[in-house]
Ligand binder design. Structure first.
Ligand code: BGC
Length: 245
């Protein structure tokens, strides 16, 4: 069964059909620019466009979004248009496409994909996935079960939110060297380790394409691995969540 996964980011919505059994992409990811302002109505019309671009892929759609999602409703909007707060994301997709949808946090989607078919496959105990992009997303699992909607990127470190210190976007804005940025990431990992004592850290987001530049600089008593699915994890996880509807 092939299902459509959509992952919403600050600059683009990424989408692809995914084999919901193996988690493999059925075709390359296609990016659609995030509208500005990225209101629910504007994103809804991009979702309609995406669904129309894959006429052969039917069934439920997985829709990952950078927000806390409770009972299908977006509750936060840290890096997206504030008008998302209170929006029923599955209903938005249904209204746009006529199809049912799974609406979930983007980092939870990425974590699900990594746990099922990526770097966390078969890993028992506690696994923490952190995604580094515009913000820092998080997902925590115990024996493969997700505790949804953790927002570790907003944890305060020395008076500042972790994602305002160490998101990949901050590395670019502040023109940090890999060493300087890795020091900030290490601070986040140290705090997470002190609080959760995970058995594995999986680090994701587009920046992991540069793993060779910063991976060796990361330090933790816990094993740290890059996401195997790289930047496609959110799309794959969204489709896997849709398969569970
Ligand atoms: C949001 C999270 C999201 C993360 C990554 C944070 O700012 O609060 O919900 O998962 O960014 O996109």
């Amino acid at each position: 069964m092939r299902l459509l996964g959509i992952d919403t980011g600050g600059s683009s919505l990424k989408a692809a059909p995914v084999d919901a059994t193996t988690g493999a992409l059925a075709s390359d990811i296609v990016s659609f620019p995030t509208p500005s302002p990225a209101t629910p109505t504007a994103i809804g019309s991009v979702v309609r466009q995406i669904a129309a671009a894959y006429p052969g892929v039917t069934g439920p759609i997985g829709f990952a979004f950078p927000s806390v999602v409770k009972a299908g409703v977006a509750c936060t909007a840290a890096n997206v248009d504030k008008s998302w707060i209170g929006t029923d994301g599955a209903r938005l997709v249904r209204d746009a496409t006529g199809r049912p949808a799974a609406f979930l946090n983007d980092a939870d989607a990425a974590g699900l994909a990594e746990l099922r078919v990526g770097a966390g496959r078969g890993q028992d105990g506690t696994v923490i996935m952190l995604t580094f992009g515009t913000g820092i997303g998080s997902a925590i699992f115990h024996d493969g079960h997700l505790l949804p909607n953790t927002e570790f990127g907003h944890m305060e470190i020395r008076g500042m939110e972790a994602e305002h210190r160490a998101a990949a976007r901050i590395r670019t804005i502040d023109q940090l060297s890999w060493e300087e940025w890795a020091r900030r990431v290490n601070e986040v990992l140290a705090r997470m380790h002190a609080l959760f004592w995970p058995d594995l850290f999986i680090l994701g987001g587009g920046v992991t394409e540069n793993w060779a530049s910063f991976g060796p600089l990361l330090e933790s008593p816990t094993r740290i691995v890059p996401a195997e699915l790289g930047n496609t994890a959110g799309v794959v996880g969204a489709a896997l969540a849709a398969a569970e509807l």
